[in-house]
Design a binder for this molecule. Structure first.
Ligand SMILES: Cc1ncc(C[n+]2csc(CCOP(=O)(O)OP(=O)(O)O)c2C)c(N)n1
Length: 335
Protein backbone atom coordinates (compact mmCIF):
# COMPACT_ATOMS: atom_id res chain seq x y z
CA UNK A 1 0.00 0.00 0.00
CA UNK A 2 1.48 3.38 -0.99
CA UNK A 3 1.47 6.07 1.66
CA UNK A 4 1.53 9.51 0.04
CA UNK A 5 1.88 12.41 2.42
CA UNK A 6 -1.46 13.73 3.61
CA UNK A 7 -2.47 16.51 1.18
CA UNK A 8 -3.92 19.04 3.57
CA UNK A 9 -1.21 20.15 5.94
CA UNK A 10 -3.82 21.94 8.03
CA UNK A 11 -4.85 21.25 11.62
CA UNK A 12 -4.16 17.92 13.34
CA UNK A 13 -7.43 15.97 13.63
CA UNK A 14 -8.84 15.42 17.11
CA UNK A 15 -9.32 11.94 18.55
CA UNK A 16 -9.49 10.18 21.86
CA UNK A 17 -7.02 7.52 20.62
CA UNK A 18 -3.47 7.53 21.91
CA UNK A 19 -0.63 6.97 19.43
CA UNK A 20 -0.06 3.41 20.70
CA UNK A 21 -3.74 2.58 20.37
CA UNK A 22 -4.06 4.05 16.90
CA UNK A 23 -0.96 2.20 15.67
CA UNK A 24 -2.25 -1.03 17.21
CA UNK A 25 -5.62 -0.59 15.47
CA UNK A 26 -3.80 0.04 12.19
CA UNK A 27 -1.75 -3.11 12.71
CA UNK A 28 -4.85 -5.19 13.40
CA UNK A 29 -6.79 -3.83 10.42
CA UNK A 30 -3.88 -4.29 8.04
CA UNK A 31 -3.31 -7.82 9.35
CA UNK A 32 -6.89 -8.70 8.39
CA UNK A 33 -6.43 -7.04 4.97
CA UNK A 34 -3.21 -8.92 4.17
CA UNK A 35 -4.54 -12.18 5.58
CA UNK A 36 -7.58 -11.98 3.31
CA UNK A 37 -5.50 -11.05 0.26
CA UNK A 38 -3.46 -14.18 0.91
CA UNK A 39 -6.62 -16.28 1.26
CA UNK A 40 -7.63 -15.06 -2.19
CA UNK A 41 -4.23 -16.11 -3.55
CA UNK A 42 -4.60 -19.56 -2.00
CA UNK A 43 -7.99 -19.90 -3.70
CA UNK A 44 -6.69 -18.66 -7.07
CA UNK A 45 -3.71 -21.03 -6.80
CA UNK A 46 -6.10 -23.96 -6.15
CA UNK A 47 -4.38 -24.61 -2.81
CA UNK A 48 -7.46 -24.09 -0.64
CA UNK A 49 -10.38 -26.51 -0.71
CA UNK A 50 -13.78 -24.81 -0.96
CA UNK A 51 -14.58 -21.11 -0.90
CA UNK A 52 -14.07 -18.19 1.46
CA UNK A 53 -15.94 -14.93 2.01
CA UNK A 54 -13.44 -12.10 2.27
CA UNK A 55 -13.80 -9.39 4.92
CA UNK A 56 -11.79 -6.78 2.97
CA UNK A 57 -13.43 -3.35 3.29
CA UNK A 58 -15.07 -4.07 6.65
CA UNK A 59 -11.96 -4.18 8.87
CA UNK A 60 -12.83 -1.15 11.00
CA UNK A 61 -15.96 -2.89 12.32
CA UNK A 62 -14.26 -6.03 13.66
CA UNK A 63 -11.28 -4.13 15.07
CA UNK A 64 -13.25 -1.18 16.46
CA UNK A 65 -15.67 -3.47 18.28
CA UNK A 66 -13.27 -6.22 19.43
CA UNK A 67 -10.83 -3.62 20.80
CA UNK A 68 -13.62 -2.52 23.14
CA UNK A 69 -13.87 -6.06 24.55
CA UNK A 70 -11.89 -8.02 27.11
CA UNK A 71 -10.32 -11.35 26.18
CA UNK A 72 -12.94 -13.19 28.25
CA UNK A 73 -15.86 -11.45 26.52
CA UNK A 74 -17.60 -13.46 23.83
CA UNK A 75 -18.14 -12.98 20.14
CA UNK A 76 -20.06 -14.95 17.56
CA UNK A 77 -19.38 -14.60 13.87
CA UNK A 78 -20.61 -15.40 10.38
CA UNK A 79 -19.61 -16.98 7.07
CA UNK A 80 -17.52 -13.80 6.57
CA UNK A 81 -15.69 -14.40 9.81
CA UNK A 82 -11.89 -14.23 9.40
CA UNK A 83 -11.76 -10.56 10.44
CA UNK A 84 -13.69 -11.21 13.64
CA UNK A 85 -11.38 -14.10 14.60
CA UNK A 86 -8.22 -12.09 14.01
CA UNK A 87 -9.57 -8.99 15.75
CA UNK A 88 -10.38 -11.08 18.84
CA UNK A 89 -6.81 -12.44 18.90
CA UNK A 90 -6.65 -15.62 16.82
CA UNK A 91 -3.27 -16.59 15.42
CA UNK A 92 -2.69 -16.48 11.68
CA UNK A 93 -0.84 -19.81 11.45
CA UNK A 94 -3.67 -21.81 13.03
CA UNK A 95 -6.18 -19.99 10.83
CA UNK A 96 -4.34 -20.73 7.59
CA UNK A 97 -3.90 -24.34 8.72
CA UNK A 98 -7.66 -24.59 9.25
CA UNK A 99 -8.41 -23.10 5.83
CA UNK A 100 -6.14 -25.68 4.23
CA UNK A 101 -7.71 -28.59 6.15
CA UNK A 102 -4.59 -29.27 8.21
CA UNK A 103 -4.44 -30.96 11.61
CA UNK A 104 -2.79 -27.88 13.18
CA UNK A 105 -5.88 -25.75 12.45
CA UNK A 106 -8.38 -24.41 14.98
CA UNK A 107 -10.79 -27.29 14.27
CA UNK A 108 -8.07 -29.81 13.42
CA UNK A 109 -8.72 -29.05 9.79
CA UNK A 110 -12.31 -30.23 9.85
CA UNK A 111 -14.13 -26.91 10.01
CA UNK A 112 -12.59 -24.73 7.32
CA UNK A 113 -13.26 -21.08 6.69
CA UNK A 114 -16.84 -20.94 8.00
CA UNK A 115 -16.42 -22.82 11.28
CA UNK A 116 -13.42 -21.30 13.01
CA UNK A 117 -13.87 -21.04 16.77
CA UNK A 118 -11.31 -20.18 19.43
CA UNK A 119 -12.32 -20.69 23.05
CA UNK A 120 -9.09 -19.10 24.31
CA UNK A 121 -10.06 -15.71 22.89
CA UNK A 122 -13.80 -15.96 23.62
CA UNK A 123 -14.67 -16.65 19.99
CA UNK A 124 -17.68 -18.97 20.07
CA UNK A 125 -17.45 -19.52 16.36
CA UNK A 126 -18.22 -18.55 12.84
CA UNK A 127 -21.54 -19.78 11.50
CA UNK A 128 -22.49 -20.70 7.95
CA UNK A 129 -26.18 -20.30 8.72
CA UNK A 130 -27.26 -16.71 8.12
CA UNK A 131 -28.54 -15.41 11.49
CA UNK A 132 -27.52 -18.68 13.15
CA UNK A 133 -25.27 -17.14 15.75
CA UNK A 134 -27.94 -14.90 17.31
CA UNK A 135 -29.06 -17.69 19.63
CA UNK A 136 -25.49 -18.57 20.60
CA UNK A 137 -24.51 -14.99 21.47
CA UNK A 138 -27.75 -14.36 23.35
CA UNK A 139 -27.29 -17.65 25.24
CA UNK A 140 -23.71 -16.70 26.13
CA UNK A 141 -24.99 -13.37 27.48
CA UNK A 142 -27.64 -15.19 29.49
CA UNK A 143 -25.02 -17.53 30.89
CA UNK A 144 -22.83 -14.55 31.89
CA UNK A 145 -25.79 -12.98 33.66
CA UNK A 146 -26.74 -16.20 35.49
CA UNK A 147 -23.13 -16.68 36.62
CA UNK A 148 -23.05 -13.04 37.82
CA UNK A 149 -19.98 -12.45 35.70
CA UNK A 150 -19.66 -9.09 33.98
CA UNK A 151 -18.81 -10.59 30.60
CA UNK A 152 -20.42 -9.20 27.47
CA UNK A 153 -21.31 -11.01 24.22
CA UNK A 154 -21.17 -9.47 20.76
CA UNK A 155 -23.14 -11.00 17.91
CA UNK A 156 -21.74 -9.99 14.51
CA UNK A 157 -24.06 -10.51 11.54
CA UNK A 158 -24.71 -9.19 8.06
CA UNK A 159 -27.89 -7.29 7.22
CA UNK A 160 -29.09 -10.44 5.39
CA UNK A 161 -29.76 -11.93 8.84
CA UNK A 162 -32.49 -9.31 9.36
CA UNK A 163 -34.70 -11.71 7.39
CA UNK A 164 -34.28 -14.50 9.94
CA UNK A 165 -36.94 -14.95 12.65
CA UNK A 166 -34.47 -16.27 15.22
CA UNK A 167 -32.92 -12.81 15.55
CA UNK A 168 -36.27 -11.38 16.72
CA UNK A 169 -36.91 -14.14 19.25
CA UNK A 170 -33.44 -13.49 20.65
CA UNK A 171 -33.79 -9.70 20.76
CA UNK A 172 -37.13 -10.06 22.53
CA UNK A 173 -35.59 -12.24 25.27
CA UNK A 174 -32.45 -10.11 25.52
CA UNK A 175 -34.54 -7.00 26.09
CA UNK A 176 -36.91 -8.59 28.62
CA UNK A 177 -34.06 -10.08 30.64
CA UNK A 178 -31.62 -7.18 30.11
CA UNK A 179 -28.94 -9.48 28.76
CA UNK A 180 -25.42 -8.11 28.15
CA UNK A 181 -25.43 -8.68 24.39
CA UNK A 182 -24.67 -6.30 21.54
CA UNK A 183 -26.07 -7.08 18.10
CA UNK A 184 -23.63 -5.68 15.55
CA UNK A 185 -25.27 -5.53 12.13
CA UNK A 186 -22.61 -5.06 9.44
CA UNK A 187 -24.64 -3.53 6.67
CA UNK A 188 -22.40 -4.02 3.61
CA UNK A 189 -25.50 -3.38 1.46
CA UNK A 190 -25.70 -6.74 -0.28
CA UNK A 191 -27.37 -9.98 0.77
CA UNK A 192 -25.28 -12.16 -1.52
CA UNK A 193 -26.21 -10.63 -4.93
CA UNK A 194 -29.20 -8.54 -3.91
CA UNK A 195 -29.19 -5.02 -2.52
CA UNK A 196 -30.64 -5.08 0.98
CA UNK A 197 -33.20 -2.40 0.10
CA UNK A 198 -34.94 -5.00 -2.09
CA UNK A 199 -35.24 -7.43 0.82
CA UNK A 200 -35.57 -5.28 3.93
CA UNK A 201 -38.69 -3.23 4.63
CA UNK A 202 -38.62 -0.16 6.84
CA UNK A 203 -35.69 1.16 8.86
CA UNK A 204 -33.13 -1.36 10.07
CA UNK A 205 -32.75 0.09 13.57
CA UNK A 206 -36.54 0.24 14.02
CA UNK A 207 -36.50 -3.54 14.20
CA UNK A 208 -34.43 -3.45 17.40
CA UNK A 209 -36.22 -0.39 18.76
CA UNK A 210 -39.52 -2.31 18.49
CA UNK A 211 -38.19 -4.50 21.33
CA UNK A 212 -37.12 -1.50 23.39
CA UNK A 213 -33.46 -2.07 22.50
CA UNK A 214 -31.12 0.91 22.34
CA UNK A 215 -30.05 1.17 18.65
CA UNK A 216 -27.59 3.31 16.71
CA UNK A 217 -26.33 3.63 13.14
CA UNK A 218 -22.74 4.62 12.44
CA UNK A 219 -20.17 4.86 9.66
CA UNK A 220 -18.46 1.46 9.71
CA UNK A 221 -15.45 2.77 7.77
CA UNK A 222 -14.37 5.13 10.52
CA UNK A 223 -12.49 3.20 13.21
CA UNK A 224 -12.66 6.13 15.64
CA UNK A 225 -16.45 6.24 15.60
CA UNK A 226 -16.86 2.46 15.66
CA UNK A 227 -14.53 2.10 18.62
CA UNK A 228 -15.96 5.01 20.64
CA UNK A 229 -19.53 3.74 20.12
CA UNK A 230 -18.56 0.15 20.92
CA UNK A 231 -16.94 1.24 24.20
CA UNK A 232 -20.11 3.06 25.19
CA UNK A 233 -22.36 0.09 24.37
CA UNK A 234 -20.07 -2.44 26.04
CA UNK A 235 -19.92 -0.36 29.22
CA UNK A 236 -23.73 -0.11 29.26
CA UNK A 237 -24.02 -3.88 28.90
CA UNK A 238 -21.43 -4.48 31.63
CA UNK A 239 -23.39 -2.21 33.97
CA UNK A 240 -26.44 -4.47 33.34
CA UNK A 241 -28.23 -1.72 31.41
CA UNK A 242 -29.24 -4.23 28.75
CA UNK A 243 -28.66 -5.10 25.12
CA UNK A 244 -27.89 -2.78 22.23
CA UNK A 245 -28.06 -2.88 18.45
CA UNK A 246 -25.36 -1.25 16.34
CA UNK A 247 -25.77 -0.87 12.59
CA UNK A 248 -22.40 -0.24 10.92
CA UNK A 249 -22.67 0.97 7.34
CA UNK A 250 -19.88 -0.65 5.37
CA UNK A 251 -18.99 -2.36 2.07
CA UNK A 252 -17.28 -5.55 0.99
CA UNK A 253 -14.68 -4.71 -1.63
CA UNK A 254 -14.54 -8.18 -3.21
CA UNK A 255 -17.28 -10.52 -4.35
CA UNK A 256 -19.69 -12.31 -2.07
CA UNK A 257 -17.13 -15.13 -2.05
CA UNK A 258 -13.77 -15.56 -3.76
CA UNK A 259 -15.40 -17.05 -6.86
CA UNK A 260 -17.79 -14.10 -7.37
CA UNK A 261 -15.72 -12.33 -10.01
CA UNK A 262 -18.29 -10.82 -12.39
CA UNK A 263 -20.42 -8.53 -10.23
CA UNK A 264 -21.63 -6.10 -12.89
CA UNK A 265 -25.14 -7.60 -12.93
CA UNK A 266 -25.79 -6.58 -9.33
CA UNK A 267 -23.51 -3.61 -8.61
CA UNK A 268 -21.51 -1.16 -10.68
CA UNK A 269 -17.75 -0.84 -11.00
CA UNK A 270 -18.19 2.87 -10.31
CA UNK A 271 -19.76 2.13 -6.93
CA UNK A 272 -16.95 -0.27 -6.02
CA UNK A 273 -14.30 2.26 -7.07
CA UNK A 274 -15.94 5.00 -5.04
CA UNK A 275 -15.74 2.90 -1.87
CA UNK A 276 -12.22 1.63 -2.54
CA UNK A 277 -10.92 5.12 -3.30
CA UNK A 278 -12.71 7.25 -0.74
CA UNK A 279 -14.07 4.89 1.91
CA UNK A 280 -11.28 2.38 2.51
CA UNK A 281 -11.04 2.04 6.32
CA UNK A 282 -7.35 1.07 6.26
CA UNK A 283 -6.39 4.00 4.01
CA UNK A 284 -8.51 6.38 6.08
CA UNK A 285 -6.68 5.38 9.27
CA UNK A 286 -3.29 5.59 7.52
CA UNK A 287 -4.12 9.13 6.38
CA UNK A 288 -5.32 10.07 9.84
CA UNK A 289 -2.13 8.73 11.45
CA UNK A 290 -0.03 10.86 9.12
CA UNK A 291 -2.17 13.95 9.49
CA UNK A 292 -2.05 13.73 13.27
CA UNK A 293 1.72 13.23 13.05
CA UNK A 294 1.55 9.91 14.88
CA UNK A 295 3.22 8.07 11.97
CA UNK A 296 4.98 8.83 8.72
CA UNK A 297 4.95 6.81 5.50
CA UNK A 298 8.14 5.04 6.53
CA UNK A 299 6.67 3.72 9.76
CA UNK A 300 3.50 2.58 8.00
CA UNK A 301 5.58 0.72 5.42
CA UNK A 302 7.59 -0.93 8.22
CA UNK A 303 4.39 -2.12 9.89
CA UNK A 304 3.16 -3.48 6.57
CA UNK A 305 6.36 -5.40 5.85
CA UNK A 306 6.35 -6.91 9.36
CA UNK A 307 2.79 -8.15 8.92
CA UNK A 308 3.56 -9.43 5.41
CA UNK A 309 6.46 -11.44 6.86
CA UNK A 310 4.22 -12.90 9.59
CA UNK A 311 1.64 -13.88 6.96
CA UNK A 312 4.27 -15.46 4.70
CA UNK A 313 5.64 -17.52 7.56
CA UNK A 314 2.15 -18.63 8.61
CA UNK A 315 1.21 -19.70 5.07
CA UNK A 316 4.43 -21.69 4.73
CA UNK A 317 3.69 -23.36 8.05
CA UNK A 318 0.16 -24.25 6.94
CA UNK A 319 1.12 -25.44 3.46
CA UNK A 320 3.75 -27.76 4.93
CA UNK A 321 1.66 -28.97 7.89
CA UNK A 322 0.25 -32.53 7.79
CA UNK A 323 -3.41 -33.40 7.17
CA UNK A 324 -5.24 -35.23 9.97
CA UNK A 325 -4.91 -39.01 9.88
CA UNK A 326 -7.71 -40.68 7.86
CA UNK A 327 -8.81 -42.63 10.95
CA UNK A 328 -9.63 -39.30 12.70
CA UNK A 329 -12.36 -38.54 10.20
CA UNK A 330 -15.21 -39.05 12.68
CA UNK A 331 -13.45 -37.54 15.71
CA UNK A 332 -14.72 -34.17 17.04
CA UNK A 333 -17.49 -34.16 14.45
CA UNK A 334 -21.07 -33.65 15.65
CA UNK A 335 -24.06 -34.09 13.40
C1 LIG B 1 -30.32 -19.70 6.55
C2 LIG B 1 -29.48 -19.47 5.33
N1 LIG B 1 -30.07 -19.10 4.19
C3 LIG B 1 -29.34 -18.87 3.08
C4 LIG B 1 -27.98 -19.04 3.11
C5 LIG B 1 -27.14 -18.77 1.87
N2 LIG B 1 -26.39 -17.51 2.06
C6 LIG B 1 -25.10 -17.53 2.43
S1 LIG B 1 -24.51 -15.97 2.66
C7 LIG B 1 -25.98 -15.27 2.24
C8 LIG B 1 -26.17 -13.77 2.23
C9 LIG B 1 -25.77 -13.17 3.49
O1 LIG B 1 -25.85 -11.78 3.43
P1 LIG B 1 -25.49 -10.94 4.69
O2 LIG B 1 -26.09 -11.57 5.90
O3 LIG B 1 -25.85 -9.54 4.42
O4 LIG B 1 -23.92 -11.12 4.87
P2 LIG B 1 -22.74 -10.72 3.88
O5 LIG B 1 -22.52 -11.91 2.98
O6 LIG B 1 -23.18 -9.52 3.14
O7 LIG B 1 -21.58 -10.48 4.76
C10 LIG B 1 -26.93 -16.25 1.95
C11 LIG B 1 -28.31 -15.97 1.55
C12 LIG B 1 -27.40 -19.45 4.34
N3 LIG B 1 -26.08 -19.63 4.47
N4 LIG B 1 -28.16 -19.63 5.44
Amino acid sequence: MAHPKSKSASKKPASTLSRDQALHFYHQMLKIRLFEEQVNQLYLGAKMPGLAHLYIGQEAVAVGVCEALRRDDYITSTHRGHGHCLAKGASVDKMFAELLGKEAGYCRGKGGSMHIADQDTGNLGANAIVGGSAGIATGAAMSAKMRCSDQVAVCFFGEGALGQGLLYECMNMASLWKLPVIYVCENNQYNEYTNYRETTAGEVVARAQAFGIHAETIDGQNIHGVHATAIKLVERARRSEGPAFLQCNTYRFHGHHVGDIDRSYYRSKKEEEEWKTNRDPVKLLAEWLQKSEMADGKLLEKIESEIAAEIREAVNFAVNAPYPEPNEVDQDVYA
